[in-house]
Ligand binder design. Structure first.
Ligand SMILES: [Zn+2]
Length: 165
């Protein structure tokens, strides 16, 4: 699903993207879970837009960093220009320095952002541990295969969806 890579294997802009997620992680609002996440979206023009998770005492209202970054990108006029994302997570209450992949809801929104920018399944997702000593790289196509998308809304039911699409 994702591949472990050294930091130096990333391009300059990918390293910048990952570091932006690491930096904004410090602003994550996660008083309930202690699980802090920073995300950064890269646009076609090389602009980087960040987001953090934002929790609520009414847990279901909480929003993930990945979606926060996509919503910010959209509100700034870049909703159809997103081509890659980085994600850095840290569990404040544990020394565990692991990598966190996007949740299912975020994968769905990332895929649709990738379709809007026309990069599609190649949309790169770079995931780093908080110390940036562990990095994994994947694509939305690998993280969300056989996805539901806008084309499914137009299907009239007379045809079977092809497996693997
Ligand atoms: Zn999520």
């Amino acid at each position: 699903m994702s591949k472990r890579v050294p930091l130096k294997s990333l391009s300059k802009i990918e390293r910048k993207l990952l570091k932006a997620a690491r930096k904004v992680l410090e602003r994550a609002y996660a008083p309930y879970s202690g699980f802090q996440v920073g995300a950064a979206v890269l646009t076609k023009e090389g602009k980087i837009i960040t987001g953090t998770n934002y929790e609520s005492a009414s847990y279901g209202n909480s929003i993930c960093a990945e979606r926060a970054a996509l919503l910010r990108a959209n509100s700034q006029g870049h909703g159809d220009k997103c081509v890659a994302m980085s994600i850095v997570a840290r569990n404040k209450s544990s020394p565990n320095n692991g990598i966190s992949a996007p949740c299912g809801s975020c994968r769905q929104l990332i895929l649709e952002a990738a379709q809007r920018s026309e990069i599609g399944k190649a949309f790169k997702i770079i995931m780093g541990a908080a110390k940036l000593d562990k990095i994994e790289v994947s694509t939305i196509g690998r993280l969300l295969p056989s996805a539901f998308g806008p084309e499914d809304l137009e299907r009239d039911g007379s045809e079977e969806k092809k497996k693997g699409d």
